[in-house]
Every structure is written in structure tokens, then in C-alpha cells.
Ligand binder design. Structure first.
Ligand code: NAP
Length: 303
């Protein structure tokens, strides 16, 4: 019996493990995709307070090592559900069931798809969701990055250092991501902004040979001769397996306020998978802290 089981080992989950252990609770992190979360694909993190510049992968490794050093455990498995019988929570996974006193759902979110024909089939043949993982395959070639958030801007900046030319395709004329990064991109000679434009189809019978985008104002279509398309159009939560113990909003996020309480005794939520306005690395970490301390208080009140 663990004190706290944390579903997800991204920045929120790993921070929860640190604070849970430091509060004297045994903690187990379970993640199906390895530890680190989405941040491992971010080339450089330069907005985490106290760290001037660190790669996402390095950041995740430091956090994991820190959690382990306090005694947190980690298992790689897919969580299929949570049940609660007389206060004992059981976390069901494809690798067995684990009992605990409190659960923190920190399951993050997965990459949103554009919904274009052959999109799934072209993953690995020109379509990618990770610039740092796949960027080197496009050394000296032309690529498109889709999206206007921080991920798209950072991916475009990283790829500009690798690829011959980067088209940054965004559906509006203003970026959602940080102005500072957008300004740096605007100064790069091999980056072209393709604004007010939405991708409509991939070109090529085999691997990607181009992308057709449509101007949302004029309706005009334009062919971008690219060999790589990096999609960075946000994330969607995957909380369906937890809806028996945590209420979800229409978009599938776990409903909770800043106190990270779900309303179900002993079930807490942290990070990008919960309803919130700001989804940043430091707000994920802050959630991990709040959820772990709330879970510890809950366990203490039961004993
Ligand atoms: P995001 O902020 O949600 O941005 C998604 C972008 O994709 C938006 O610009 C959106 O356009 C566009 N989009 C959504 N659906 C689309 C569609 N079907 N077709 C075309 N475009 C579409 O996602 P994100 O960039 O992955 O970032 C997620 C969170 O992580 C954000 O809070 C971000 O700040 C944070 N983040 C932080 C760091 C860092 O701290 N270093 C790095 C990466 C991400 P609209 O703008 O028109 O909605």
C-alpha cells in the first residue's frame, strides 16, 4: 500500500513526488510513456525561474533524479482506471494493480492532430510532433511548422538552425506564444511566417513532398515545397479513464481549482490535465506541490 500514487511523471507528477516524499509519504509515479512528459521535446527552457537556459530533456532528468533521491518510486505502465473502495484507492494498470491512500492525477495531455488525410500514416515519413527528436532528419531541407503557441515558435527556432528553410504556418495573424521568441524568429533569414493560413493536405504519394495551405482571408491555396511538417497545434487531455472519480469539463480536463482538489475525497489533480488558464512548466510544478501537500493533509486526517 502506497500513501500516494501519482498518475503521470511529467513536471507536475515529478514535483508532486518530491513534495510527497518530503512530507513523509511513500509515493509511486506511474507513466506509460516514460518519465519526463512533453517537456522532453522542448529544445530549450528559458522561462523557468532560476534556470536561465536548460534543454527540456535535461530539465526532466534533473527533476526525476531529484524525486528518486528522496525515495520516490517509478513504474512504466498504462493506467486503465481508478477504483475507490472504503477509502482504499486501487490504480489499475496494464502491468498490475496498486493500492494507495490518495491519488494525484497528473496525466498531462497528448499532441492534437490536424485531422488531415494520411496524417497518421505519414508520421515518420515527413510528419513529426517533435522537432528535437526528428529535426536532424531534415538537415539542409525545407520544413513547415504548424501552430502559433510556444511549442511552434520554439520548434521553428530550433529547426531554423538545422533546416534550409522553415515556414511557420499559423491560422491567425498574431502568435499565442511569447513575443520575445516571435521577434527572434522574425529576424532569421531562413524563417518565413505564413499567417492566416491553415494546412489542407499533404503532397506526395509516399513520404511528404509538400503541404498545401489555404489563406483564411482570401481562400487562396499555396503549395509549400517541404519535406517535413512539424505539427505543434496544442494538446488534448486523455482523462476518460478517470471520469468515475473526477468530474471532467466539456473538453475533457479534470475540473479543479487552484487547490487541486477534485471533489472526490483523496483524488487530486495537477498540471496540464486540469482545468486552468495558464499551462506553463512552473504552473505545472506549482500544481504538483499543492496537490502533494493536499494529499498529505488528507492522509494525515484519515489516520
Ligand atoms: P498552445 O499554446 O495551445 O498553442 C497551440 C497553437 O496551435 C495555437 O496557436 C493554436 O492557434 C494552434 N492550433 C490549434 N488547433 C489548430 C488547428 N486545428 N489547426 C491549426 N492551428 C491550430 O499549445 P503549445 O504551443 O503546445 O503550448 C501548450 C502550453 O505549454 C502553453 O501554455 C505553452 O505556453 C506551454 N509551453 C511552454 C514552454 C516553455 O515554457 N518553454 C514551451 C512549450 C510550451 P490559436 O492561437 O489560433 O488558438
Amino acid at each position: 500500500m502506497y500513501d500516494i500514487i501519482i498518475i503521470g511523471a511529467g513536471p507536475a507528477g515529478m514535483t508532486a513526488a518530491i513534495y510527497g516524499q518530503r512530507a513523509g509519504k511513500s509515493t509511486l509515479m506511474i507513466d506509460k510513456a516514460g518519465y519526463g512528459g512533453n517537456i522532453i521535446t522542448t529544445p530549450s527552457v528559458e522561462n523557468y525561474p532560476g534556470l536561465k537556459n536548460v534543454s527540456g530533456a535535461e530539465f526532466a532528468q534533473l527533476l526525476f533524479d531529484q524525486a528518486e533521491s528522496f525515495g520516490a518510486e517509478y513504474k512504466s505502465a498504462e493506467v486503465t482506471g481508478i477504483t475507490d473502495a472504503a477509502g482504499v484507492k486501487t490504480v489499475h494498470t496494464d502491468g498490475g494493480d496498486y493500492d494507495c491512500k490518495a491519488v494525484i492525477i497528473a496525466a498531462g495531455a497528448t499532441n492534437r492532430k490536424l485531422g488531415l488525410d494520411r496524417e497518421e500514416q505519414l508520421v515518420g515519413s515527413g510528419v513529426s510532433f517533435c522537432a528535437t527528436c526528428d529535426g536532424m532528419f531534415f538537415r539542409g531541407r525545407d520544413v513547415a511548422v504548424i501552430g502559433g503557441g510556444n511549442t511552434a515558435l520554439e520548434d521553428a527556432e530550433y529547426l531554423a538552425g538545422v533546416a534550409n528553410k522553415v515556414y511557420l504556418v499559423h491560422r491567425r495573424d498574431r502568435f499565442r506564444g511569447e513575443q520575445k521568441t516571435a521577434d527572434r524568429l522574425a529576424r532569421l533569414e531562413n524563417v518565413e511566417f505564413v499567417l492566416n493560413s491553415t494546412p489542407v493536405r499533404f503532397l506526395g504519394d509516399g513520404p511528404v513532398t509538400g503541404l498545401v495551405v489555404k489563406n483564411n482571408e482570401t481562400g487562396e491555396e499555396r503549395e509549400l515545397k517541404v519535406q517535413g511538417v512539424f505539427e505543434a497545434v496544442g494538446q488534448v487531455p486523455q482523462n476518460a479513464n478517470f471520469k468515475n472519480v473526477a468530474e471532467l469539463d466539456e473538453a475533457g480536463y479534470v475540473k479543479a481549482a487552484e487547490n487541486c482538489e477534485t471533489g472526490h475525497p483523496g483524488i487530486f489533480v495537477a498540471g496540464d490535465c486540469r482545468t486552468k488558464k495558464v499551462r506553463q512548466l512552473d504552473t505545472a510544478a506549482a500544481d504538483g506541490t499543492v496537490a502533494a501537500l493536499a494529499a498529505s493533509d488528507y492522509i494525515n486526517s484519515m489516520e
